[in-house]
Ligand binder design. Structure first.
Ligand SMILES: *Cc1c(COP(=O)(O)O)cnc(C)c1O
Length: 465
């Protein structure tokens, strides 16, 4: 609507090296209602820097706790690494527009052009840098589908750090290629739950048949860090520091669009823990928060793991073993595990506290999508635009296409921007199921969700509404 003279927009808008961001942007600085602090589950008091530094790297703790500094300098070494894998292309989806017959203008920011195949490298390289700077020997983490573990393995290899990855058992078994990429980069990969940690042994004893979950792998990775000299735990999503690093996505996008005077009307991203969406929307949300511009933001989540659209906004545990601090977030309960037929990723039970607060304040919308519809959109997108998208990213594709089709009905020439977070080469078991017509949808009923909500910690002020 706002951009009528865009006949000469190239298919791909790149940035010159000198145009790349030199600072990350922290949305929290401009939020009137700040996200609630992390709580110590023992004392129910806000986590202090000292407490957090036992688990996380020191400078990352400082970033986590800082909700007033708007801009953080990107260290030179990280800028140099970014130059090898970034800027990521901002693509005008001319082919898709034509195929849909929509007057809408569609852009996507494609983060899948590095070996890890996703945006996660943006934060992995930052976290590994701070761990190295602190003089640590290594880091531990969990990985579900494997993108974060792969990104962190690459980052640790680059900085010469040891990397211990707890990989959700079902993925470890179903995604052997992802596992081998991590090992090629030097990571030590353990299927979770495992007998290498106290919490893993406890979970195995209670649920011997379990195929694992993200929440459980987090508990193991945290334990592995705090019981080892010279190790800290790192996390690839959910935390405010991760959204900060991922702001590089939105900052690049905004610079590229500004070059052509383009203002998006709608900005769409898939939401697991919220890092790519938080990063993509950051500078745009900053403008909205400061009253300088308005945008419609849409978070898209799987109907089988609907934390924003059907979850509760309360303090909850971040992991199954309850060893992490508690976060106030939209959550399905730390015991919630999506149905076994769910193949689309984005399976974390909670959502970034920053995005949860923005959503609760009505600054962002959320939608859920069913996986067969998501894979259908993925197939259509792959055939038209050429990129084989990750199932996670395809949630954003689905809603971007829905929005574009709405414009076809109304004749509105809206500009739609979405985040294409990664490629789907390691998700071919899921594509196989879709291609064979064996994929089904399972939407949890209220009874299923209640089981998860029952596990939410109860204390005064944390009542479930
Ligand atoms: C991890 C991942 C996501 C979801 O994580 P967020 O923290 O919500 O961004 C989305 N897409 C891809 C390709 C991923 O690897």
């Amino acid at each position: 609507m706002r951009n009528d003279n865009n006949k000469n927009i190239p298919y791909k808008i790149y940035l010159e090296e000198h145009e790349m961001p030199k600072q990350w942007y922290n949305m929290r600085a401009d939020m009137k209602n700040k996200p609630a602090p992390l709580l110590n589950p023992g004392t129910l008091k806000p986590m202090t820097a000292e407490e957090l530094e036992g688990v996380f790297c020191k400078e990352l703790v400082a970033q986590e706790l800082d909700d007033t500094t708007a801009y953080f300098d990107i260290p030179q070494e990280i800028q140099e690494y970014y130059k090898t894998v970034r800027p990521s292309p901002l693509v005008r989806a001319y082919h898709l527009e034509k195929a849909l017959g929509t007057p809408a203008k569609i852009y996507y920011k494609f983060e899948g052009n590095n070996t890890s195949g996703s945006h996660k490298l943006n934060s992995a390289i930052a976290q590994a840098y701070y761990a190295k700077k602190q003089g640590l020997k290594g880091v531990t983490t969990e990985t579900g589908a494997g993108q974060w573990g792969t990104a962190l393995s690459m980052a640790c290899a680059y900085f010469g750090l040891d990397c211990k990855v707890y990989m959700v058992k079902v993925s470890y078994e179903q995604k052997p290629f992802r596992r081998e990429v991590m090992r090629t980069y030097g990571a030590d990969v353990t299927p979770s739950p495992s007998d290498t940690t106290e919490v893993g042994r406890k979970i195995l004893k209670e649920f011997p048949e379990t195929t694992g979950s993200l929440g459980c792998a987090i508990s193991e990775a945290v334990e592995a860090a705090v019981t080892r000299e010279g190790y800290r735990y790192v996390l690839g999503s959910v935390l405010a520091q991760v959204l900060l690093h991922q702001s590089v996505i939105g900052l690049e996008t905004k610079t590229a669009l500004d070059k052509y005077g383009i203002k998006p009307d709608v900005i769409i991203g898939c939401a697991g823990g919220g890092s790519n969406l938080g990063g993509l929307i950051a500078p745009f949300m900053g403008e909205k928060l400061r009253g300088e511009a308005d945008y419609k933001f849409i978070a898209v989540e799987p109907a089988s793991c609907p934390s924003l659209t059907r979850g509760k906004y309360v303090y909850d545990f971040c992991d199954t073993g309850k060893v992490c601090p508690m976060a106030k977030m939209y959550t399905l309960g730390s015991g919630f595990i999506p149905a076994p037929n769910h193949a689309g990723g984005l399976r974390y039970h909670g959502m970034s506290s920053v995005l949860s607060q923005l959503y609760d304040d009505g600054l962002m919308e959320a939608r859920s999508a069913e996986q067969t519809a998501v894979f259908k959109a993925a197939e259509q997108f792959a055939r038209i635009e050429g990129i084989l998208p990750a199932p996670e990213s395809s949630h954003a594709i689905k809603v971007a296409m829905d929005e574009a089709l709405k414009c076809k009905e109304t004749g509105e020439e809206k500009t739609i921007l979405f985040g294409l977070t990664g490629t789907g080469y390691f998700d071919l078991v899921a594509y196989e199921r879709f291609n064979n017509g064996q994929m089904s949808d399972y939407i949890p009923n209220d009874e299923d969700l209640k089981k998860g909500f029952d596990g939410i910690p109860q204390f005064p002020g944390n009542e479930i509404k």
